[in-house]
Structure formats: structure tokens, C-alpha cells
Design a protein around this ligand. Sequence first.
Ligand code: NDP
Length: 372
Amino acid sequence: MLEMDLRLLLPSLVPSSQSVYVLVFYFVYLAVAGEILPGKVIRGVVLSDGSQHRYRCNGLFALSLLVAILGISAKLGVLSPLVVADRGLELLSATFIFCVLVTLVLYITGRTSSDKSSSLKPHVSGNLLHDWWFGIQLNPQFIGIDLKFFFVRAGMMGWLLINLSILAKSFQDGSLSQSMILYQIFCALYILDYFVHEEYMTSTWDIIAERLGFMLVFGDLLWIPFTFSIQGWWLLHNKVELTVPAIVANFFVFLIGYMVFRGANKQKHIFKKSPKTPIWGKPPVVVGGKLLASGYWGIARHCNYLGDLMLALSFSLPCGISSPVSYFYPIYLLILLIWRERRDEERCAEKYKEIWAEYLRLVPYRILPYVY
Ligand code: NDP
């Protein structure tokens, strides 16, 4: 049985020329759109050599235009809206091959670079696997495009495009269900919101601290779009009956998750830019002039992770509770965020010293008040 499944599976993993064209079209579109479409230009954090990157945050415009172009092309019969849903595995393996190739090029260019700037200075440990996996340069570029920003954008947009193709497929084969609609609405809102607030991305850990190697490229280009959409693929082949109270509860999990996630990230972002801005109508409580201890940051030290986890759960709840497969994303995120929170706290303890200790006294919970 397993042998037969593998025999069926393996051919669909081999990328056809069409899947390569889809990827090439996608990357070329993103490169051109990212450069020419208008958008707010944001200065990134100041790097150790005093330089600052500029990011053109036009992701929402680029995504809307792309969806419009694809929608019109599908209407005119130029392109099948099922192109992704029908070639999921092929696209996945084509993307994987691309990740390997591009990171080998990054490895070679990093190793041979003699640049001294913070962005391009090579960090070589001498261990080939380590350097390829974690990357050598902080902000490598290709024809003037910041690759790190480019890949994360490609991954988030790719997730929406996969979902839309899955939606089209469920229309076509008559399996469109309430569960599929709920899943699609929640993910679309999350992704659109991400691009509305794209500038916040410029100060995240991945952008400011992580070098560009296989780990990040694979995470952005393959992991985000292909594994975060597992629920959609699952719903194409499984039927779930949802009761009205279950749908209402699912909406609440999404809305509360969104409120906490966006609210917490926004409060920190505003606090870093103008530390005196009131939080929930009151002057902010600040520890040692540096750490915010009011609003969501006074409830738990990583309320933003709590919100993100609730959102992840809301994307899986439409699938019911019959299979753990559709809970892959929230389970993965729970493990990732607990690990990340531990690493972040270690870094903050080292950076802020007694101020951090005072913050721990004021806000004793890590993610979930009274539990963790
Ligand atoms: P945070 O946005 O929580 O940033 C942590 C940093 O914020 C700390 O290192 C410190 O940096 C600063 N900080 C911490 N506490 C305070 C405080 N009380 N007051 C002021 N500054 C503080 O972490 P991430 O970049 O990891 O996450 C950003 C978002 O991305 C989160 O919402 C997370 O859920 C989401 N995410 C989603 C993932 C996914 O796969 N869906 C994966 C990873 C993240 P400093 O030294 O600058 O002060």
C-alpha cells in the first residue's frame, strides 16, 4: 500500500516546466512590482556601522494588483485558477530546489565577499553546513533588491495565492463548505493585515539580526506558504459539519486573537517611536526608561505571541477536531514561540540587566497570564 502511494506521489514531486514558469513569473513580478509601485519608504534599524536600510513597503499594492491580474487572466481563460492547487507538490519541490540553489549562490558570494559594511560583511565559521544553513551575510542584495525582505514577502503572498487556488478548486469540484469559507476569511484577513502593517516587519528579529541562509530562505519561501495552508488542502478532501455555536466561537477566537496580537505589537511599536504616548488612555508605565510595562506588556511579557497563537488556532478550528493534521500550524507555532520567547528573554536579560529583573517582578507571566 505504502509502496503504491509512493509510486503515485513521486512523479508529482518532479517539477514540470509549467511549475518552473509559475515560480519565475511570480519572482519577476514581485521584483518589478516591489521596485516600481509606490509605497511608504521606511528606514530600518541603525546597523552597527551606522548605516540604515530603506524598505519600500508597497506589499499591499503589489499583492492587490497581482490578485487582480490573476483574476482577470482567469476570467479571460488565459490562466487556470487551479494552476497552484493542481500542482501543489510540484511547486513545492520546485521551490525547494530553488531554495537550495539560491542559498548555494548566497554561500559562494558570501564567502568570496570582501565587503566591510554591516550588511555585507561575511561571517564565516568555516563549517560549510553551518554557514550555508545560517547564512554568511546579513542583508545580501540582488540587482539592488534586499533579498531578505523580498523572500518574506514572497512567502506571505504565496500563502494567500495557494489558498485562493484551493478555494477555486473547491468551487470547481463542488466541495465548497462553511469550513473552507471560514478558513479562507481568517487567513486572508491575517495576510492582508500583515501587508497593511508591513513596516512593522522591518524591526523584527529576522530582518534585523538573522543572516540570510537556507534556514530563513526555506522558512520564508517554502515553510510559510506550503505548511500554513495545510488546513486548506485538508478541507479539499474532508467534509466537516460545523454548528452555529462552533462558528460563533471560532469567530471570537479569531477576533480576540487579532485584537491581542495587533494591539500588543502596535503598543510596542508606538512606544519605541514615542515613549510618552498614552496606553489605553493613561500615561505608560515604563521600567528604567526603556521597557513598557502597561497595556498588553503589563499583562504578560509576550502577549503578542498569545494573540498569534489564538489566531493560528482559529485557522484550524474550521477543520473540527477529527484530525491532528489540520492542527499542524498552531502546534508548530506553539513550539516555535515558546522556544523563541526563551531565547528572547535570555537576550533581554543580558541587554537590560537590572531593568529586566525589575520588569520580571512587575510582569511575572511570560505568555498566558496565571498559566505560563
Ligand atoms: P517581539 O515583537 O515580541 O520583540 C521582542 C523584542 O521586543 C525584545 O527582544 C526587545 O527588543 C523588545 N521588548 C521586549 N519586551 C519589551 C517591553 N516590555 N518593552 C519594550 N520593548 C520590549 O518578537 P518577535 O520579533 O519574535 O515577534 C514579532 C511578531 O511576529 C509576534 O507577534 C510574533 O507572534 C510574530 N511571529 C510569527 C511567526 C509565525 O511563524 N507566524 C514567527 C515569529 C514571530 P529590544 O532589544 O529592541 O528592546
